[in-house]
Design a protein around this ligand. Structure first.
Ligand SMILES: [Zn+2]
Length: 587
């Protein structure tokens, strides 16, 4: 193993032709060389491991080649090419700006620029991670970049184009390197494997390519890692075990459970995955990708978006036949909501389970006949439990008809009137006033609803009722609404008690709040509040706005974390207490 060379180095491309996954770009470069239209400075941008430095080196070699081929490639045989390939050419200078970013580093490079090349035509200066240069170094460099000698060509490379000064960018020809596709990567890995005499299952290489996420260098490093333990035979199973990748079989099993409405089986599968040590959020995003792949598989025209090997593709096609489009849309939406809410959830496992349960119910007959009933969560045998959990910070879980009515009447009896105008059968209870949940309810025409939770939602009533009212009447119903707010939303109660509406023109009222949190809370509940006021004041044009009041004593601690920090200043021991008992707080 003395002369072992890692694959990323060993299979570094030596011609434009062999650069993986950057066809358009390498063709442009070759054309420029052929037509002898060389710029003095190039900027290569793109993620790491996609071939920026390799292309820069090939470019340097090619423009110095004494015998370039007809299609603009280096011959790899002349003295200059050999010097390049053996890394002893004096015509190429590389500076890694990540570690050499001082003015002195740039000055010594500029000294080199003046000296013309001994053999070949051009001296090429490659500055890697050019955005890391210090401002002083940038300035020192700028002058040279403005008026370089004829024999000097600069190739600047960066992973963060937005950090490069515009004055630099404007002096360069900019080339944007793209992430390498899974298919291109698999193809190259197959080539490397065949060269190394390694037997590899296509699915295994596919997993490696996906894991590398667009970087060929990473893919080759992972490949080396896998080769070293797989002993010449890379199997799919070995790769997923070694790389800690979730086996797609699990997703097929979960989808099968979901399609068949087997809630318990789905929960057991989830349990199995979790007990294998996988993180919940990865599971749900993986499941979302799986649904997306199924969707993509349903149509020949979108099949190109599907980056997996052929054997598994058949499996996907087969399963896709069992899924309706609407099922996949809804399942994707549920998975996406779960993903969004995951970080804030206090019971992450329950959130996952709820999502799976909802997915399992997507295909049941009650849900398919009428899209009004979509996303409803039906009672399980032990449905009562679920009812309580619906106030989890998941997407607000609508409840079935029977539950809605019973909850509703017991909690807020007078509110029956809110619904009365519109007679929609199922609605979210007033208390669960998450903006997106409440939007699709009660008198809000479904097509016109905006889901942005803005302060003044465009709510169109079916009837146009405009009744004048006074500030006192407004205040009266504002106060009347407060006791109807769910106990769990005590914060909203407090806001509505401490901040009062002030009637402005055109039925707009404004509420002054003390901090942005209050503003957010009020905004996210504004639809319910407005609905109540519009009904009771008999005016569909009422709108609400909020504004922050500047208090003289400054910002008062309001959220739990603010209060905690405030108390911490008074008594630093609090932190120890918090750590000791592993305490956390919610808003
Ligand atoms: Zn040559």
């Amino acid at each position: 193993m003395d002369n072992y060379i890692v694959s990323a180095r060993k299979y570094r491309p030596s011609t434009f032709q062999s650069v993986v996954g950057q066809k358009a770009l390498t063709t442009t470069l070759k054309n420029a060389i052929q037509s002898n239209k060389l710029a003095h400075a190039y900027l290569f941008c793109g993620p790491r491991g996609v071939g920026k430095t390799s292309c820069a080196r090939i470019f340097a070699k090619t423009i110095n080649c004494l015998n370039p081929s007809a299609d603009g490639e280096a011959c790899n045989e002349c003295e200059s090419c050999l010097a390049f390939n053996e890394q002893r050419s004096y015509n190429i200078h590389e500076l890694d700006a990540a570690s050499n970013n001082s003015v002195e580093d740039i000055r010594s490079l500029i000294d080199q620029v003046r000296i013309p090349p001994a053999i070949g035509k051009y001296k090429v200066f490659i500055i890697d991670e050019v955005h890391m240069l210090s401002p002083a170094a940038f300035n020192a460099f700028l002058k040279t970049l403005e008026e370089p000698p004829h024999h000097a060509i600069f190739i600047l490379a960066t992973t963060e184009k937005q950090k490069v000064l515009p004055t630099i960018i404007s002096r360069c020809q900019v080339y944007d390197f793209s992430r390498i596709t899974v298919a291109d990567m698999v193809e190259h890995l197959e080539y490397v494997a065949s060269q190394e005499g390694v037997n590899a299952e296509p699915e295994a290489l596919n997993v490696i390519a996906q894991k590398a996420d667009g970087s060929m260098r990473d893919a080759l490093s992972i490949f080396d890692q896998v080769v070293s333990f797989a002993k010449g035979h890379i199997t799919y199973q070995a790769v997923i075990n070694n790389l800690n990748v979730l086996d797609y079989e699990y997703y097929f099993r979960l989808t099968d459970n979901i399609l068949n409405g087997k809630i318990r089986a789905a929960l057991l599968t989830l349990n199995e995955i979790l007990s294998n040590g996988f993180e919940g959020q990865n599971i749900i995003t993986g499941l979302a990708s799986h649904f997306r792949n199924l969707l993509v598989c349903k149509d020949e025209s979108t099949l190109i978006l599907f980056e997996v090997g052929t054997s598994i593709r058949e499996k996907y096609k087969e399963m896709a036949k069992r899924c309706s489009d609407s099922f996949l849309f809804k399942a994707l939406e549920l998975a996406n909501m779960c993903d969004l809410n995951y970080r804030n959830s206090h019971n992450k496992r329950l959130l996952l389970e709820l999502t799976l349960i909802q997915m399992c119910q997507l295909n049941s007959p009650d849900n398919t006949d009428d899209n009004k009933k979509k996303e409803l969560i039906k009672p399980l045998a032990a449905g009562e439990k679920l009812q309580n959990q619906s106030s989890q910070p998941t997407q607000a879980q609508p409840i079935t008809n029977t539950q809605t009515t019973s909850r509703f009447t017991s909690a807020v009896p007078p509110q029956a009137t809110i619904v009365s105008e519109t007679q929609q059968q199922e609605r979210t209870p007033l208390k669960q006033s998450r903006p997106h949940a409440s939007l699709s309810i009660k008198g809000v025409s479904k097509e016109q609803t905006k889901q942005d939770g803005s302060n003044t939602p465009e709510v169109q009533q079916q009837e146009d009722i405009i009744n004048d009212f006074t500030q006192d009447e407004l205040l009266n119903f504002w106060n009347e609404y407060i006791p109807l707010i769910d106990e769990k939303k005590a914060f909203l109660r407090n806001i509505m008690i401490s901040c009062k509406p002030e009637l402005k023109e055109n039925y707009l009222f404004d509420v002054g709040v003390q901090n942005p949190e209050q503003q957010d809370d009020l905004s996210s509940s504004c639809i319910d509040i407005l609905q109540y006021l519009r009904t009771h004041l008999k005016n569909n044009h009422i709108q609400m706005s909020t504004h922050l009041i500047e208090t003289e004593e400054g910002h008062l601690p309001f959220t739990a974390s603010e209060k905690y920090n405030y108390l911490l200043q008074i008594n630093p021991m609090l932190e120890k207490l918090k750590d000791e008992f592993n305490l956390s707080f919610d808003r």
